[in-house]
Structures are given as structure tokens and as C-alpha cells.
Design a protein. Structure first.
Length: 268
């Protein structure tokens, strides 16, 4: 148990870095890590992916809230890109998290890996991510993108426990925002996903009774991850501004590739 806590603590530190740099909130790190440990140590392997997604969502709620406050104080948040997109993300999150509780664990694992693969390919192939459009003023979000796009982001993100940053960052990036600004706003846009998802997963009926859980949320794993992530967010909160834009975007894709490989490796 001490070894498990230490490993989760260290990965929690890593999620703190990715929260600040990429707006991930931890989802793409915590899902593979918690899933890997659940498949080895959990008494209910069938719940492993659900526990990983739910625990990731709970951790993401705290991380994203902390990072949002940091970015707000720094003046990096732009209201015109956050509202009403946030409201539609929340609506989609409710639908997505409910759907996830009805999807079998292996199918959820496959969907997570497929989502990563599509995102990586899209970021590499479509213009506007690695090299953003040069414009005097970043483009506004259209009504269709705000409504249906926001609901879609919330549904997919909550279903997979990833927050939505992997959709909102490329979206804002292609509107002409610097990588640091796009990542900064990914945190508040992840909050409705994390909040709605955490409630749904905590109230969900699981296939087995397990001490130390609220619904599908594993409290020990959450505590270990947060004990590493929260101090790290405070330490590296200014790091994003010092990373060159091109390096920042390449690192974003590289991390997604690493996580995809981790999900393939832990798959059964």
C-alpha cells in the first residue's frame, strides 16, 4: 500500500505539470495509471475502467479549479471564449457521464484509446495546431461551435474522464490563440465536465461493494494523486509562459502519444 501511494503521488506531481502546461487537469495521466493499478489489485476487474474514469474526474475537478484560480489571478482567461460555451459543455457532460456508467469496461477502454488516436492524427494533419493562424485578433467562436460543439465536448470528455482539454485546446488554438492561452482556458472549460461527472460517478451503482469508494470514485487514489498535483501546480504555475509556442504544441502531441501507448500496453 505505501508503494502504491508513492507511485500515485509521483504521477500526481506529473498531473500538476500537465494541468498548468496543457490544461489536462490530470485526466490523460490518471486514467491509464489508475486503470493499470485497478486491473492488478482491484477485487473487481470489471469495474477497473469505470473506477479509473471516475477517479480521474474527481481529481480533475480539484486540479482544474485550482489552476483556474491561478489563471484568473494572472489575467489569462477570456470571457468571450468561456461563456456560453461552458454551459453547453455542462449539458453534454451530464449526458456523457450517464452514458459511461452503462458502457462495459473493455468498451470504455477502447473508446479512450480511439479518442486519443483520432486527436493525435487530427492535430498533426489539420492546419492550425502546430502552426497557428497569424491574425491581429483571434477569431470568435461561432454559434454552432458554442452550442453543439460545446455539448459534444462535454459528452465525450465526461464519458472518458478527460476534461475536454484535448478538444478545447485545439479548438482555441485554431482560432489563433497562443498555446499558453489556449491551455490556460482549458482548465475553466473542464470544470463543468469534472463537476457534473463527479456527481454522477459518485452516485452510480457499482457492480460490487468496495470500502474506500464513493460510487466509482476511489478515495485513496484520489488523495494520493492530489497530494502530488496541488503543490506542483503552485510551484510551476508560471512555467507555461516560458515555453516557446512551437515547443509547447509539439510537447502536447507527444504527451498524447505516450498516454496512448500506455493505454494500449495496459489493455487486456
Amino acid at each position: 500500500m505505501p508503494t502504491l501511494f508513492l507511485v500515485l503521488f509521483l504521477f500526481g506531481c506529473l498531473t500538476g505539470v500537465t494541468t498548468v502546461l496543457f490544461g489536462f487537469g490530470g485526466g490523460f495521466i490518471t486514467v491509464p495509471v489508475v486503470y493499470g493499478f485497478r486491473t492488478v489489485t482491484a477485487d473487481s476487474g470489471a469495474d477497473a475502467m469505470h473506477v479509473a474514469v471516475a477517479t480521474s474526474t474527481a481529481v480533475m475537478l480539484v486540479n482544474a479549479l485550482t489552476a483556474t484560480l491561478v489563471q484568473l489571478r494572472a489575467g489569462r482567461l477570456r470571457r468571450e471564449y468561456m461563456w456560453p460555451l461552458t454551459a453547453f459543455v455542462a449539458i453534454g457532460a451530464g449526458l456523457g457521464s450517464l452514458a459511461a456508467t452503462r458502457v462495459e469496461g473493455p468498451q470504455l477502454h477502447l473508446l479512450f484509446a480511439a479518442y486519443l488516436a483520432v486527436t493525435i492524427i487530427d492535430s498533426l494533419v489539420r492546419k492550425g495546431f502546430l502552426v497557428p493562424a497569424h491574425a491581429a485578433q483571434p477569431a470568435a467562436l461561432g454559434r454552432l461551435t458554442t452550442t453543439f460543439g460545446g455539448a459534444g465536448i462535454g459528452a465525450v470528455a465526461a464519458c472518458l474522464g478527460v476534461g475536454g482539454s484535448v478538444m478545447t485546446v485545439p479548438l482555441l488554438r485554431r482560432r489563433g490563440l497562443p498555446m499558453a492561452d489556449a491551455a490556460a482556458m482549458a482548465n475553466p472549460l473542464s470544470l463543468p465536465v469534472a463537476a457534473v461527472g463527479s456527481v454522477v460517478y459518485a452516485l452510480a451503482a457499482t457492480s460490487s461493494t468496495h470500502t474506500g469508494r464513493i460510487g466509482y470514485v476511489d478515495l485513496l487514489s484520489s488523495a494520493a494523486l492530489l497530494s502530488g498535483s496541488l503543490p506542483t501546480i503552485a510551484l510551476v504555475k508560471r512555467l507555461g509562459r516560458h515555453v516557446p509556442d512551437r515547443v509547447h504544441s509539439i510537447a502536447y502531441i507527444a504527451l498524447l502519444v505516450i498516454v496512448l501507448l500506455a493505454m494500449i500496453t495496459t489493455g487486456s
